[in-house]
Design a protein around this ligand. Structure first.
Ligand SMILES: Cc1cc2nc3c(=O)[nH]c(=O)nc-3n(C[C@H](O)[C@H](O)[C@H](O)COP(=O)(O)OP(=O)(O)OC[C@H]3O[C@@H](n4cnc5c(N)ncnc54)[C@H](O)[C@@H]3O)c2cc1C
Length: 357
């Protein structure tokens, strides 16, 4: 007796639901595309990130790649998503750079007069009045900053997709994917395309695991410091970010060699040493977390269509700036897949054509 198959036909399968997968899902939804999402839920950089959307690289006072363009797309994008799913997308949070010397002050003034940066760096320095913060050279205020409530957005959107039975909290098994007749088949699904947005999970992906996604580990500690009383984030070589109830998120580290997701003693010690250089009050460490940034060797995203399988696409390499990049890149990939808009060469995976399996 022949088997009777019931195949659900859809447009897209999305694998991974961090900032990248979430942004792509939202764009598909706006275009009335039929899709499903698979997300393992663990090993997620998005769930570790502090959520700061400070647009400036405060170490060098420069703007990252396409920063202003991304900034103006991302914020309204997440605001709209938040409104639709009933989640407050942003928390207003001032960010102050602790200036380390007279020279650093001068660099701040010079930067705040440059086109592009002018919008984001306030030339008026702020005197530090907190006796537990060591900042004798004052503070530089970054304009238009805040904190994206990533966890709330991910949870809220996943819940609304799950209600529609199109979100599956499970690991996608690449071995069960079949490519045939210009479509992809997975379990009872037939889709026009699969889009992989797996972050560092790309290392398990048979199509893309040789791409140079290097990964950069970041540790954070949470401290409880009742006397610190900060109502803004401050930045030295680390961020100290108020989370409420006298708790602060402190970090993060940048480690290129450790590829494990577990919080490390090395990371913790580094953070304590850096924290002790800037604050002088009592504190206790209440939590320690770590995650892997999906960073690439050339610090550009990894976007595009597999050269041998037109139905397989990639959205990855968001690096240190997932908030700014996710919506911008998801839209770019969508336009490429649906309207054949060429991707900029600097983001296209075809720059690593020899590494595509
Ligand atoms: C310590 C730290 C601090 C950061 N701070 C900031 C910040 O303040 N601001 C900022 O903009 N960016 C920050 N980032 C960077 C940002 O987190 C990343 O750029 C972004 O989260 C990457 O999103 P993604 O969706 O590509 O990957 P991820 O968030 O890692 O999501 C990938 C998802 O895919 C799932 N997955 C993988 N494989 C499979 C599979 N086979 N089947 C099913 N699911 C799978 C995983 O479970 C995960 O949920 C930080 C990162 C770290 C680690």
């Amino acid at each position: 007796m022949p088997y009777i198959y019931s195949v659900r036909e859809i447009d897209y399968i999305i694998v991974g639901f961090g900032l990248a997968g979430m942004a792509f899902a939202k764009i598909l939804q706006e275009h009335d595309k039929k899709f499903v999402v698979f997300d393992a839920g663990d090993k997620s950089a998005s769930k570790v990130a502090a959520g700061l959307y400070n647009p400036v690289i405060l170490k060098r006072y420069t703007l990252p790649w396409k920063a202003e363009e991304q900034f103006d797309i991302s914020l309204p994008f997440f605001k709209k998503l938040g409104e639709e799913i009933g989640v407050e997308a942003f928390k207003k949070l001032p960010v102050y750079r602790v200036l380390s010397s007279i020279e650093d002050q001068n660099n701040w003034f010079t930067a705040s007069d440059k086109p592009g940066l002018k919008r984001f760096l306030n030339p008026q320095l702020v005197l530090n009045k907190n006796k537990y913060v060591d900042a004798p050279y004052s503070l530089g205020e970054v304009n238009e900053t805040g904190q994206l409530q990533i966890m709330d957005l991910l949870a809220g959107y996943a819940q609304s997709l799950a209600k529609a039975k199109i979100y599956f909290h499970e690991t996608f098994d690449h071995n069960k994917l079949t490519l045939r007749d210009n479509a992809v088949f997975y379990k009872d699904l037939k889709a026009q395309r699969v889009v992989f947005a797996e972050g560092f999970g790309i290392k398990q992906n048979p199509f893309f695991n040789r791409l140079p996604l290097v990964g950069n580990k970041g540790d954070y500690i949470y401290i409880k410091a009742p006397s610190l009383r900060l109502d803004a984030a401050i930045k030295t070589s680390i961020f100290i970010i108020p989370e409420g109830d006298d708790v602060y998120k402190v970090g993060a580290t940048y480690n290129w060699s450790d590829k494990g997701w577990e919080p490390s003693a090395e990371g913790r010690n580094e953070l304590i040493a850096k924290l002790d250089e800037v604050i002088s009050c009592e504190y206790e460490i209440v939590e320690h977390i770590a995650g892997m940034r999906p960073t690439t060797g050339d610090r550009r995203p990894l976007l595009g269509i597999h050269p041998h399988h037109a139905q397989v696409a990639l959205l990855n390499g968001l690096g240190t700036r997932g908030i700014m990049m996710s919506a911008y890149l998801a839209q770019m990939l969508y336009d490429c897949l649906e309207d054949e808009v060429a991707l900029p060469v600097e983001v296209d995976i075809m720059r690593f054509a020899g590494k595509l399996n």
